[in-house]
Write a protein that binds this ligand. Structure first.
Ligand SMILES: Cc1cc2nc3c(=O)[nH]c(=O)nc-3n(C[C@H](O)[C@H](O)[C@H](O)COP(=O)(O)O)c2cc1C
Length: 203
């Protein structure tokens, strides 16, 4: 497949076949993730592959409890919150594989001032995001698909406790992985003209 067609053809998939993800393909896609650019080549990413077992059950349960608490605090009626949480839980439970992406804070440069510490942290998050995109593209190239889910950002403590992660790991995203059981339509994109500004460059 042409590289640009690969980039434009990748879609977020939320429904997967009930089929295991071959270990070698998952490893291959994670290797591709490590070829992402990173600030000072710091590679501040850590991957945790979660199969279908007790750890996943624990993880999904504790994330769901926290999600429910947040929704109720927002004033969402309990019956509505239960539907939302159970749909999220169902997806995390059914996905053939989950990959948690963490920012390894220990790999970041330390600075004495908050301005540079904050910039360095953002660089770390940007580097990790580049790795996640590489991973999604590699899955697509291998006939698999994924859905990037932001849930761990809202309950990092629960995720770390459920999986026994080291202190400096900062959970950033979970990607659900599997063979696609749907072919989503292309979601609309803002036209380039709306997001592009040319400065001293011919139009
Ligand atoms: C940072 C980030 C967080 C996302 N979180 C979620 C999520 O929690 N649940 C979900 O279903 N999709 C999530 N997505 C997927 C987006 O909804 C999806 O990329 C967007 O709708 C465009 O669709 P496409 O990926 O098929 O082009 C996330 C994507 C990104 C980049």
């Amino acid at each position: 497949m042409h590289s640009l067609a690969l980039l434009e053809g990748r879609r977020t998939v939320r429904l997967f076949e009930d089929r295991e993800v071959p270990r070698n393909l998952l490893v291959r896609a994670l290797e591709a993730a490590t070829w992402a650019p990173s600030a000072h080549n710091s590679q501040p990413w850590r991957f945790t592959v979660i199969g279908k077992g007790e750890a996943r059950r624990r993880l999904v349960e504790s994330m769901s409890l926290r999600f429910m608490e947040d929704l109720l605090n927002d004033g969402v009626p309990r019956s509505e919150a239960e539907l939302i949480v159970s749909a999220s839980k169902e997806r995390f439970t059914r996905a053939p594989a989950l990959v948690l992406f963490c920012l390894a804070r220990g790999d970041l440069e330390d600075y004495p001032d908050e301005r540079r510490r904050s910039a360095e942290r953002i660089m770390g998050v940007q580097s990790l995001a580049a790795a996640i995109e590489n991973f999604l593209l590699a899955l697509h190239a291998l006939g698999l698909a994924g859905c990037w889910r932001c849930a761990p950002l809202f309950c990092p403590g629960e995720v770390k406790a459920a999986l026994g992660l080291p202190e400096d790991h900062e959970p950033q995203a979970i990607v659900e992985v599997g063979y696609p059981a749907e072919r989503p339509e292309k979601p609309a994109r803002r036209p380039l003209s709306e997001v592009l500004r040319l400065v001293d460059f011919p139009s």
